[in-house]
Design a protein around this ligand. Sequence first.
Ligand code: URA
Length: 238
Amino acid sequence: MSQQRLDKIIASQGKYSRSDVKKLARNGDITVNGKSVSDCGMKVDPEKDSITVCGESFGYSRFIYIMLNKPEGVVSASRSPGEKTVVDLVPEELYRDGLFPAGRLDKDTTGFVLITDDGAFAHDILSPKKHIEKTYIAQLDRPIGEAELDEFRSGITLGDGYECLPASISVLSDDGLIVEIKLREGKYHQIKRMAAACGSHVNKLHRVSMGGLELDGSLNPGECRLLDDTELAKIKEV
Ligand code: URA
């Protein structure tokens, strides 16, 4: 990794903001290679230089993993001229080059998007072989019936002839309009097309979990936060 500003590197790991770093440096609480550092604009290489913060060795993670509660109207891309993207929602202190969404939600779909710069991890969880389970809550325009539930569970054939893997589905509301769907694949507009193949329309779609990790309910739409190692491991669990 190349050299970067010390405050940027420390803030990138989520525990301290850039202004915290400034204060810590002023108090002599940051060392680089054994020497106290007051200039937090100093350039360091976190993979080569030894950094301590408040007497503790600073654990730097090469890659970053961010959970976003995606709002409606934002596109799942790194860049899209004229449109707001999920990466545009990453706050400055967490932003770094190379961030992208690991898997896409439609512009009008809300919920859990994982943003990372770790291509191998993204490939690992999304490749057809290992594809993790993703859970969605869908609001349909008409009550779902037993025949449609059976179709979802046995594998729906989409309008273009693609045969979906069997999906898990359960009805969450008494009126039969709200369902929970678990998928292990991620074709374009998959849930909307599965519903359409059964004569229904999806009015609202929200992703609530990726693998064994649920969307943090304290994140408002548009907010995001870093994942820790335990949470990251949970993504691969289911
Ligand atoms: N299925 C869809 O139709 N859209 C999404 O955004 C995700 C799954």
